[in-house]
Design a protein around this ligand. Structure first.
Ligand code: C2E
Ligand code: CA
Ligand code: CA
Length: 665
């Protein structure tokens, strides 16, 4: 009962117990009362009614015994022979009752039947008692009075949680008992009758009060529970979208893991991340960002059913838990459907934006056995969607599992590596086509691991980022690169890559500045290459770092331009010195899209007076195309592959000699 019915969970309504009070006291209106209250009544009544039947049995036996030789057999044996089996059967029935497992309808039926049986037994026993009063002397008559008085008092006590039955029993027994003895003419019996009447009135008052207390206590407990539930619901609700939040997601995930442990029911976990949320937030402001999140939340919420739990995990991430019985491919289709709905534009005032959405899906138990395992793998699959199929959902597969193992091996080896010994920096020349000279060399890291062999920088840089080693690695590689770069001709600068993590870490930026100062390499000859991912991570922090680096003369290049968000707003808002066109566009330069992208970037650089460097030039045709576009700097295998520093110096000397020969000629 957590009130998340709208998002795939059921809520329930409760009836106020006080309003039920009148029904209980005035009539038998139990069927309209809350199930909980009726069950509590049954539970309270169960031991009391069993004791009551035991007491009636003992009393009846005693009365039959004292009158056995005086009254006819049909009265001493016959009447109890009918009444007592009813009591025994009812007693056994109450012993067997399991209040917690009883439905509302059955509980109501029990209570009603108890009232009816009470009426019948009251009539039966009071008639039997008074019939026996005809026989025997004063002692025997006194026994009858005691029998009736004790039994009715026991009834009132033991039926205190079913006042209707208690009142009926009292009314029937007293209705016969009091007039009978008042009219007996015996002063002692009249006094006893009045005494019993007085005691009964007091006791009826006590049980009404105790039943009211019972209902009030129930009300107070219900209210306290409601407040606890409400608090819990609020603690598990995302205030912006009103969807359940991350805490709820993990609570339900753990519940599903428990209930699915028998392997009977399958479930899947999916994580979604909006594709263009950050640029929307940066360009249109946080209020617009919030509106997009609310609308995205609404679209996600529309999918919720009893088997699909929708939550907002935080930021622009949404999580889904899906119970299913068919094939996993059906869940994948559902997830891709969600991605598509997020491609429908969201209106923002005069304009509209397309949030887009990618997802990662993992299926239990093939994809993992614990909450953390499942979540990490869905996250991994999401990361793959972002990298290779944006706008779609990737399902976690065996290949991903193998890739994770390989990545873990890289992380472990990196953590145990002798970095200074195993890492080196190679240099790739960048050509200034205006003078046909090498004006810059890009330092690229190489790792030769004794156990894994050569590992590509893409992989070990990502591994270093994951295991928190990137700061150490960047500084170590930069120092190595600078140590070589001081031996470069003065006309040649050094370009060096920073990880996206470096740019948002003030301590790394300070270490970079300190390393440059210690190296005696002129900071004005140093370019640091950043990617758009670094800017996306934390734009303000990135902007601060860029300003600090530029303040000492370091130049800033935006690497792999065109592959990320290519947001013009970044280019405008940051002081960039260079843009590097990603080599994938050079590979596609023969196609219309590739041609247009390259053209647009070159024009952009010209207008903003930013140097433009084309990466991945492998053929003379590509070189002449870039030249004709007006792109001045080029880098690629045609100009030179990444090479050790000694080889680079030799290359530079050969080129310089050829250049001066050309000049002399
Ligand atoms: P990047 O910064 O885009 O570096 C250029 C990559 O393109 C290099 O790959 C280079 O060898 C390759 N390349 C250059 N010209 C051509 C060409 O004509 N054709 C082809 N097919 N490839 C070419 P590499 O060295 O494997 O580096 C891969 C990536 O690893 C780099 O991409 C960079 O993002 C990262 N990386 C390398 N060294 C470092 C480093 O010291 N620090 C950081 N943070 N990242 C690094
Ligand atoms: Ca680069
Ligand atoms: Ca690049």
């Amino acid at each position: 009962m957590d009130g998340y019915g709208r998002y795939g969970w059921n809520g329930t309504s409760r009836m106020n117990a006080s309003s039920a009070l009148q029904q209980f006291l005035l009539g038998l209106g139990v069927e309209t009362a809350d199930r909980q209250i009726v069950i509590r009544q049954l539970a309270e009544l169960q031991p009391q009614i069993i004791s009551l039947y035991a007491l009636i049995l003992v009393n009846a036996f005693a009365l039959a015994f004292t009158h056995y030789s005086l009254a006819p057999v049909w009265l001493t044996l016959g009447a109890p022979g009918v009444l007592l089996p009813i009591c025994i059967a009812r007693g056994i029935h109450w012993c067997r009752l399991r209040p917690d497992e009883t439905s509302h309808a059955d509980a109501v039926r029990h209570l009603r039947r108890t009232s009816v049986v009470t009426v019948l037994l009251s009539i039966g026993f009071v008639s039997w008692g008074l019939a026996l009063d005809e026989y025997g002397g004063p002692y025997h008559q006194a026994h009858v009075v005691v029998f009736i008085a004790i039994t009715v008092i026991a009834c009132i006590f033991c039926l205190s949680h079913l006042p209707t039955a208690a009142f009926l029993a009292t009314a029937i027994v007293m209705g016969v008992f009091i007039p009978y003895y008042l009219m007996s003419g015996n002063t002692v019996f009249v006094a006893i009758a009045l005494n019993v009447l007085f005691v009964t009135i007091v006791m009826v008052r006590i049980i009404v009060k105790s039943f009211v207390n019972f209902l009030q206590l129930y009300d107070a407990q219900t209210e306290a529970q409601r407040l606890v539930d409400e608090n819990k619901r609020l603690a598990m609700t995302d205030s912006l979208t009103s969807l359940p939040n991350r805490r709820y997601f993990f609570e339900q995930l753990n519940k599903l893991l428990k209930t699915s442990a028998d392997g009977q029911h399958g479930f899947a976990l999916a994580i979604f991340d909006l594709d263009h949320f950050k640029p929307i937030n940066d360009s249109y402001g946080h209020t617009a960002g919030d509106r997009v999140l609310v609308e995205a939340g609404r679209r996600f919420a529309s999918l919720a059913t009893e088997d699909i739990i929708v939550t907002r995990l935080g930021g622009d991430e949404f999580g889904l838990l899906v119970r299913y019985s068919g094939a996993a491919s059906e869940v994948l289709t559902l997830c891709n459907g969600i991605c598509e709905t997020l491609h429908i534009p969201v209106p923002l005032g005069d304009t509209q934006v397309v949030p887009g959405c990618s997802g990662g899906l993992v299926v239990y138990p093939t994809g993992g056995h614990t909450a953390d395992e499942l979540f990490d793998r869905a996250d991994y699959a999401l990361y793959h969607s972002k990298a290779s199929q944006r706008g779609r959902t990737t399902i976690f597969s065996q290949e991903h599992e193998d890739a994770i193992r390989a990545e873990r091996a890289i992380e472990t080896n990196l953590q145990n590596a002798d970095l200074a010994k195993e890492m080196e920096v190679v240099f790739q020349p960048i050509l200034d086509t205006a003078f046909n000279t090498i004006s810059l060399v890009e330092g690229l890291a190489r790792w030769n691991s004794p156990t894994l062999g050569r590992v590509s920088p893409d992989r070990f840089i990502a591994a270093a980022e994951r295991c928190g080693m990137i700061h150490t690695l960047t500084i170590m590689l930069l120092r190595k690169a600078l140590a070589d770069a001081v031996h470069l001709p003065l006309t040649v600068g050094l370009s060096f890559n920073l990880s996206s993590h470096d740019l948002v870490s003030p301590s790394t930026i300070m270490s970079i500045i300190a390393s440059v100062r210690q190296s005696n390499f002129d900071p004005r000859r140093l370019t640091l290459e950043l990617t758009e991912t670094a800017l996306m991570r934390d734009f303000e922090a990135a902007r601060g770092s860029i300003a600090a680096l530029r303040a000492i003369g370091i130049k800033i290049a935006l690497d792999d331009f065109g592959t990320g968000y290519s947001s013009l707003s970044y280019v405008h808002r940051l002081h960039l010195d260079k843009i590097k066109i990603d080599r994938s566009f050079l590979a596609d330069i023969d196609t219309e899209i590739g041609y247009n992208v390259v053209n647009t970037i070159v024009d952009l650089c010209r207008n903003l007076h930013i140097d433009c460097i084309a990466e991945g030039i492998e053929t003379k045709e590509q070189l002449s195309t870039m030249r004709s576009h007006g792109c001045r700097y080029v880098q690629g295998y045609l100009v030179g592959k990444p090479m050790p520093f000694g080889m680079l110096l030799h290359e530079l000397e050969v080129r310089a000699a050829a250049h001066s020969d050309q000049f002399v000629a």
